[in-house]
Design a protein around this ligand. Sequence first.
Ligand code: B12
Ligand code: SF4
Length: 331
Amino acid sequence: MKILFIKPYSKVLYKSSISPDAGLAFLITSLKKSNFPNISVLDLSNNNLRLKHIIEFIEHHKPNVVGFKMFSTDYNDVKILSMAIKRMYSDIITISGGPHPSLSSIDFLQNFPYIDFAFLGEAEIGLPSLIENVAINSLSENSLRSIPSLIWRENSKIIVNEISRVENLDDIGFPSWDILNIPSYVKNAGIRGLFMPILFTRGCPFSCSFCGAPLINGHRLRYHSHEYILEEIKTLKNNYNIQSLMISDDNPTINKQYFMGLLNKIINSSIKVKFYSYNGLRVDTLDKEMLILMEKAGFQNIVMSIESASPKILRKMNKKLDLNVVYEKHP
Ligand code: B12
Ligand code: SF4
């Protein structure tokens, strides 16, 4: 089985802030573990490929499956790419996952006739299971019904299967950065260096009305062990000389004991690395003790997600943030 992942060209990111995709790196690990090692990735933001080149790549590599990582900003690109691929190679199975299919759920396949399957949220369990079925040509309704988080067509009806997420994040294994060609991102990042994504946790217990995170990763927080994270940082430093890590969690500071434990382990290790948290941290989870420890561990900057100084707007956003706590902490 040959699998090709395509990440469309991002119209919203500066060239120097393009980074390898963590979701794809984890998915590839889960596919490799299920004995599907023949995987390629085309990140169109990182290599300026046009439709003509993508078709040439497909002609040459002959993948059985093409999977699109899709943000809502990729709507038109995935529409055009999936149509072009499916019209030329009708045997290729087309799949989409990522924020857009996860947030549009049942509507997604209605709007994307050239996509065969989609996934709602995390797909480390469901995607290998679908590929196993593709490999043995077993795409009957019965076998599709049991694949977690799958969005599929049963005749003219669209079905969304029950969601399943990996409970202990270490069980997934380390992200397969080797398949994503990290040196090419380092080269494109230029003088500022590459900001490499890293995840400590997944999930968010809140339900802010403007945010898709809990619908993608669920409400319950799940964790990587401190040991796993230290190992991942060492690998990124040793193998790729990465100096800057971009924390990709939705809410890394919510469990104070877990987060402070991790910071202490980083401080006590010999690892020297810079951390950046551009995802807004909830002000009500921060305190002086934590901020001092963050600085010691190598944090360079953080963004705090206050969103609005109007209690009415915050209520409408369902942010569940008490502005008095914000004023208290930052007089
Ligand atoms: C970290 C992050 C970023 C980082 C990504 C770093 C990296 N290179 O990995 C950066 C800063 C680059 C970023 C940029 C943007 N982001 Co962002 N980001 C996130 C955040 C907080 C976490 C993403 C993450 O790492 N999750 C953990 C990994 C393991 O999960 P994952 O990537 O979702 O992948 C899993 C599944 O989605 C699925 N999957 C993923 N791809 C595929 C492909 C196939 C074929 C299949 C089957 C399954 C599948 O399986 C994966 C493994 O479980 C999410 C919030 C969230 N919780 O989703 C917002 C989020 C995804 N971002 C969002 C947005 C809006 C953006 C920007 C458009 C912002 C902007 N205007 O610039 C850009 C778009 C960039 C682009 N096109 O590449 C929105 C997306 C909304 C939407 N409807 O599309 C989110 C949901 C936040 C929100 N506001 O609600 N982001
Ligand atoms: S707390 Fe943050 S991650 Fe959670 S729903 Fe609100 S904005 Fe999204």
